[in-house]
Design a protein around this ligand. Structure first.
Ligand SMILES: [Zn+2]
Length: 354
C-alpha cells in the first residue's frame, strides 16, 4: 500500500468508519539544520527580500515530509488511519547551535467504512473532560471569528493554531489584508502569525477554504492566493476550471497559483496539468475597450480602458493608475509564458512517474 493510503486526521473519532483495532501510538520527527529562524532574526529586511517565502515553503515541505513519515509508521503497524494527529514545531537551541524540529504524532488505527445500515445503529462515543473543555474553547473561537469579532492578540493567535480553527481562515486572511496599511515591521509580524496559523491547519481543509475565499471574496483574493502558493496548497482542479473563467480576476488568480504546488501530485495531476497547459496560451488575450479622446493641441487620440475603468494612451502598455496591462496582469505577476515553462517541467516528470 502506498503511503498516501493512510489518512491522517486530527479528530479522535472517524465519522462513517468503524475502528476495528488500535495499533498504538505513532510519532515521527524531522530535524532540520540551523538558519531557518536565524534568517528571520536577522531582520525584517530579509522578510521583504524574499527569503521568508522560501522559509515558509521549507516549513510546508518539512510538514508534509513528517506526515508522510507518520503514514509509513502507521503502515508498518498495519493501520490505515492515524487519528488524533498533531504536528508541533520546536526550536532547539543551545551551545550556539540552533536546530528546528517538526514532530507529528497520533494513534494508528485499523478502520473499515461503515455501511449505511450499521451507521444508524448508534456507536458509543467517549469524550474526556479535557476534550469537552477544548471543544467549548474551539466553539467560542469559531463563533467570534465568523462574526468578525475576534481580537487578534497573541492569545487568540495561539488558540487559533492550537485548535486548528479552519473556520477562522477568512477572518485571519482579512486581518492579514488589513495589516498591509501598516509599517513594514507590523506587516511582517502579522504575516508570520498568519503563516503559523495556516501551517497548523489540516492541509485539505486549508486548501479548500483558501480557494473558496478567492472565489467569493475579491478583496482578499491576493492574500489567499499568496498563502496557497507559499504553503503548497494548490488545487489543480480549481486552477483548471478557473483558467477558463469569464472573470479575468479568477483567471489571473488561477495563473498565479501555477507558481505553487499542490500538497501531493497523484495520478490525476498529469491530466490536469496537460489541460491547464492547453488553455494557457489563449487565456490572457489583450482584450480591452478603446475610446477616442481629445488630446493636447486638439488632436484626436485613442485610449484603452483597464479593468478598473482608467483610461491610458493606446501606446502605453500599463495603466498609469493601477498598473494592470492590457491582458489584466501586473508587474510581479507570474506571466503565462513563465507559467507554461513551469508546467512543462512538471508535466515531463509526471509523465515519467504515472
Ligand atoms: Zn487602471
Amino acid at each position: 500500500m502506498a503511503p498516501h493510503h493512510v489518512s491522517v486526521v486530527t479528530t479522535s473519532t472517524l465519522e462513517g468508519w468503524s475502528i476495528e483495532g488500535y495499533r498504538g501510538f505513532v510519532a515521527a520527527h524531522v530535524v532540520t539544520g540551523t538558519g531557518l529562524f536565524s534568517d528571520l532574526a536577522a531582520g525584517f529586511s530579509d522578510i521583504f527580500g524574499g527569503r521568508s517565502g522560501a522559509y515558509q515553503k521549507q516549513l510546508a515541505s518539512i510538514k508534509s515530509e513528517v506526515i508522510n513519515l507518520l503514514r509509513e509508521q502507521a503502515i508498518r503497524a498495519g493501520a490505515n488511519w492515524v487519528i488524533g494527529a498533531r504536528v508541533d514545531f520546536d526550536e532547539i537551541s543551545g551551545k550556539g547551535v540552533q536546530m528546528f524540529m517538526v514532530s507529528a504524532q497520533g494513534t494508528a488505527v485499523r478502520a473499515r467504512p461503515l455501511d449505511q445500515q450499521s451507521s444508524d445503529t448508534g456507536r458509543k462515543r467517549r469524550l474526556s473532560p479535557d476534550e469537552i473543555k477544548s471543544g467549548i474553547e474551539r466553539s467560542a473561537l469559531v463563533l467570534t471569528a465568523t462574526e468578525q469579532k475576534l481580537k487578534f492578540d497573541d492569545r487568540a493567535w495561539n488558540s487559533l493554531a492550537r485548535h486548528q480553527v479552519v473556520e477562522a481562515t477568512r477572518a485571519v486572511v482579512g486581518q492579514y489584508a488589513a495589516s498591509k496599511g501598516n509599517d513594514m515591521a507590523t506587516v511582517a509580524l502579522v504575516k508570520e502569525k498568519v503563516n503559523r496559523f495556516v501551517v497548523s491547519l489540516p492541509t485539505d481543509e486549508a486548501s479548500t477554504e483558501l480557494h473558496r475565499i478567492i472565489d467569493d471574496a475579491p478583496n482578499l483574493s491576493v492574500e489567499a492566493t499568496e498563502l496557497i502558493v507559499t504553503h503548497n496548497l494548490v488545487d489543480l482542479a480549481w486552477v483548471k476550471d478557473r483558467i477558463h473563467s469569464e472573470d479575468v480576476r479568477l483567471r489571473r488568480a488561477a495563473l498565479q497559483l501555477i507558481g505553487g504546488d499542490p500538497p501531493l501530485y497523484d495520478e490525476s495531476s498529469l491530466g490536469l496539468v496537460t489541460d491547464i497547459l492547453a488553455a494557457l496560451p489563449t487565456a490572457f488575450p489583450e482584450r480591452v475597450e478603446t475610446r477616442a479622446r481629445k488630446k493636447l493641441f486638439g488632436r484626436e487620440g485613442t485610449v484603452w480602458v483597464c479593468r478598473y475603468g482608467h483610461e491610458t494612451d493606446i501606446e502605453t502598455l500599463r495603466c498609469t493608475v493601477c498598473g494592470y496591462d492590457k491582458r489584466g496582469l501586473k508587474v510581479g505577476d507570474l506571466f503565462p509564458e513563465r507559467a507554461i515553462s513551469l508546467l512543462r517541467c512538471r508535466q515531463a516528470v509526471l509523465a515519467e512517474r504515472f
